[in-house]
Ligand binder design. Structure first.
Ligand code: MG
Length: 369
């Protein structure tokens, strides 16, 4: 089987409410999404998505995905999409780095391989469990009672996992965390997500002041070096998110004991083929994981649902349903949807999502073999 055509679609995905990133990064109202359709000489078509969380969150931006695919197109065309490692190597040789531009191509290849074998992506990744994955809410930073109010709204929708954004003033963060933990129900888990906003000193002060609460803090510093330094100053468990990008990052985190949890964002790490190696390294080293898209439509969420389901339940901490923050749905009625606070990977071959091309509009680029 060979890839014969690559069609690239750009779609703006408006947010229901504007979003402010922590740490003074910019506000945005819309996500710049890229959808990739791969066609093959076997008549099987696969779809992938790359949707950065704005342009200021991590080094990834929408136009960069489309430019990267233009550069890599000749290396992708003619490849057998079922041979994930061969496609990966072709892309890596053609364009070093730029993992976020490769992820949608990788997903489309997994979609084709699944359809060709009759297996869902979750099954190809080894999943037998169908319990689904708890969706984490996203709770913006604010006054403590305002934040608990948001948690209560999510709780009413069935959510049990909350990603609570902190990372401001030290005293305020200590107050927020203590107030929110006091309001937490026994069967709820809360991840306190700093999104890189603390200095080393601020991280040490807050994490030591709340060390009696048994909480987990995500990305308490800007870089992996910062988090390695913070790790030595506190006993509070750490999840590494934004600075887990490559397999070498993952190896350093487990070998040096920098964090106890991986935040695996599939687009950031370059897609399922690369994420699968991180998963195995994590499982071999007692690392629990959150698995999410960096953002995007039901297609990106569905990819995460398939991957998350391949984790043993005790290692699978949560996922995200970004689709619920958008005003448009690119594949109505398809893919993983919020069912009682969980996302489930279906048994449909591949990932089971075919975007509506009437919604996407005409492709912005088409590359033929
Ligand atoms: Mg995070």
């Amino acid at each position: 089987m060979k890839i014969t055509r690559i069609s690239v679609f750009q779609k703006n995905l408006p947010l229901k409410e504007p979003y402010w990133l922590s740490g003074g990064r910019l506000r945005f109202d819309v996500l710049d999404a890229t959808f990739v359709k791969l066609e093959t000489d076997a008549g099987i078509t696969g779809w992938g998505e790359g949707t950065p969380w704005g342009h200021t969150y991590v080094p990834a931006h929408g136009p960069g995905i489309r430019a990267g695919i233009e550069t890599m197109a000749s290396a992708i065309l003619g490849q057998d999409p079922r041979c994930h490692e061969a496609v990966e190597r072709s892309m890596d040789l053609c364009l070093p780095g730029h993992l976020y531009a490769k992820a949608p191509v990788d997903l489309a290849c997994w979609d084709i391989a699944g359809q060709s074998s009759g297996l869902s992506i979750a099954s190809m990744l080894g999943a037998t469990d169908e319990d689904g994955t708890w969706i984490a809410s996203s709770v913006s930073s604010g006054a403590p009672d305002y934040m608990v109010g948001i948690i209560e709204r999510y709780r009413a929708l069935g959510y049990k996992i909350h990603s609570v954004k902190v990372g401001g003033d030290v005293e305020r963060d200590i107050e927020r965390i203590r107030y929110i933990e006091a309001a937490r129900l026994d069967d709820e888990h809360i991840l306190y997500d700093v999104n890189r906003a603390w200095t080393r000193r601020e991280a040490a002060l807050v994490m030591n002041a709340v060390s009696d609460l048994g909480i987990t803090v995500e990305q308490p510093g800007e870089t992996l070096d910062d988090i390695a330094a913070i790790r030595k100053l506190t006993t509070t468990p750490i999840s590494v998110d934004e600075t887990l990008v490559t397999l070498q990052d993952a190896m350093r985190i487990v070998t040096d004991g920098i964090g106890e949890v991986f935040g695996v964002k599939l687009n950031r790490v370059g897609g399922l083929t690369k994420a699968r190696r991180m998963r195995d390294l994590g499982l071999a080293n007692g690392i629990q994981m959150y698995v999410m898209a960096t953002g995007g439509s039901v297609l990106a969420d569905t990819e995460a649902a398939h991957f998350a389901q391949s984790l043993p339940p005790e290692f699978r901490l949560g996922t995200w349903s970004c689709q619920e923050m958008l005003t448009i749905d690119i594949a109505p009625g398809q893919g993983a949807r919020n069912l009682g606070g969980k996302l489930f990977a279906s048994r449909t071959p591949g990932h089971g999502v075919v975007p509506d091309e009437d919604v996407l509009g005409s492709p912005v680029a088409v590359y033929d073999a």
